[in-house]
Design a protein around this ligand. Structure first.
Ligand SMILES: N[C@@H](CCC(=O)N[C@@H](CS)C(=O)NCC(=O)O)C(=O)O
Length: 220
């Protein structure tokens, strides 16, 4: 398999696709392309980028191509078995799937105003109300998952899985922008950031020397 991703410092959807590949346990070749560099417009018109219309992540597996982070999770879960990604318990799985889908479709204010930047930590500043509303909803979801289904480990549904993969860039954003988080959430964030896959990604981000000014500002 070949996974095409953007900068590890900035590309949150790439992080999700990459974590899914790691979680699958399958070998894969990783190709990192610098987002928005001078070759970007030309590169994204190439055949390898055509299925996603130029967005990353894109997973190529022989003739099969999957180009959206949540679809990559589901494709790999089909390939290696659901248990690596989703809880066994039906009620837990229903909630995990709903949370992953909500992460994929929602929280636009948090995503837009606090773009992922793995390498920075900005001083705390009162977030906008729409960002606070997103955070409040996320905290409610995390608290419910941890309280109802998290007793088997440090992650949302106990063991590391698809829901954690989808929320991993929220964890990094809370740290980067010193956003408010209750104590239980701080413990969860610490578990996610300490996970060996995340440590591997963070080291990759630190080693990159591409800098994109639009992602290097503290939120307005
Ligand atoms: N819904 C897609 C989003 C993919 C996406 O927007 N990726 C961004 C990078 S994080 C991208 O490729 N941006 C480049 C562009 O739009 O030109 C997913 O879940 O994978």
């Amino acid at each position: 398999m070949k996974l095409i991703i953007g900068n590890k410092a900035y590309s949150s959807w790439s992080l999700r696709g990459w974590l899914a590949c790691k979680q699958s346990g399958l070998p894969f070749e990783e190709v990192v392309v610098p987002l928005y560099d001078e070759e970007w417009d030309k590169r994204r018109e190439g055949d390898e980028f055509a299925p996603s219309s130029g967005k990353v992540p894109i997973l190529w597996d022989g003739d099969a191509v999957v180009w959206d982070s949540l679809a990559i999770v589901e494709y790999l879960a089909d390939k290696v078995g659901r248990a690596r990604f989703w809880p066994e318990d039906e009620a837990a799985r229903a909630m995990a799937r709903s949370m992953a889908a909500e992460m994929h479709s929602s929280f636009a204010a948090l995503r837009r105003k606090h773009s992922m930047n793995i390498r920075q930590i900005f001083p705390a500043k009162r977030p906008d109300d729409d960002v606070l509303a997103d955070l409040s909803r996320i905290m409610e979801l995390w608290a419910q998952a941890r309280a109802r289904f998290g007793s088997g480990g440090d992650f949302l549904f106990g063991e590391f899985g698809a829901a954690d993969i989808m929320f991993a860039p929220v964890c990094t954003r809370i740290v980067t922008y010193s956003l408010p988080a209750p104590r239980f959430a701080a413990a969860y964030i610490s578990a996610v950031l300490s996970h060996p896959f995340m440590q591997d990604w963070i080291a990759g981000a630190q080693a990159e020397d591409w800098v994109l000014g639009q992602f290097e500002q503290p939120a307005a």
